[in-house]
Design a protein around this ligand. Structure first.
Ligand code: HEC
Length: 175
């Protein structure tokens, strides 16, 4: 250790880091160069690749999942699809039950199993209401409105509706 240098009564010490520490530091820098090259060009770790892999694994595991095909009249392509109905029920219980009640009988949000529909009872209308939500300009109940659920994706929303359709005959395919 060098002696502290004195300037105007203030002591300034210069204690270099130990050699072993500096070597470790240098090694991390050398390692990082190799890591970057490997990560970006040679590994399958980037998130796009990892995501594609997970999706492929999921599809291999659940091959029966219905494929989403848009219909001409806007009716729900997942109607009567047992897999979708089951998934839809699970998604409903997880997300919608808080406001519409565990069995869709209504709470803050209106009942979805009775014959009264405020914003339309066709698949097309209900899909639009769920995906886009019901904002202040359209809301009728004055209970804070209905959030937009397009973040769930069309698959999940149609699945929820397929489940609702099993519980409510008045949710119709089209006019
Ligand atoms: C934060 C509470 C809340 C959540 C969560 C919620 N809703 Fe709603 N929903 C409402 C309210 C409030 C309304 C009534 C809007 C109005 O005042 O017109 C509504 C209305 C609706 C309507 C229109 C009903 C009709 O009679 O026309 C449908 C369909 C609907 N919700 C489905 C869903 C589905 C499906 C989910 C889950 C993905 C969901 N909601 C989640 C609060 C919620």
């Amino acid at each position: 250790m060098k002696q502290p240098k004195e300037v105007d009564g203030i002591y300034q010490a210069d204690n270099p880091m130990p050699t072993w520490w500096q070597l470790v530091w240098l090694l991390t820098i050398i390692f990082s160069v190799g890591y970057v090259v490997y990560f970006h060009w040679f590994s399958d770790w980037p998130q796009e690749v990892a995501y594609a892999k997970e999706v492929a694994e999921h599809e291999a595991k659940y091959p029966n999942k219905p494929k989403l095909v848009e219909t001409a009249d806007g009716s729900n392509p997942f109607r009567e699809d047992a897999v979708a109905i089951k998934e839809g029920e699970a998604t409903y219980k997880q997300i919608c039950a808080a406001c519409h009640g565990p069995n869709a009988e209504g709470a803050v949000g209106p009942s979805l199993v009775d014959a009264e529909w405020i914003h339309g009872n066709t698949d097309k209308e209900v899909f639009a209401n769920v995906m886009g939500g019901i904002g202040p300009e359209r809301q009728k109940l004055n209970r804070g409105g209905m959030p937009a659920w397009n973040g769930l994706g069309a698959d999940k929303v149609y699945s929820i509706m397929a489940w609702l359709a099993t519980k409510n005959q008045t949710l119709v395919k089209a006019k």
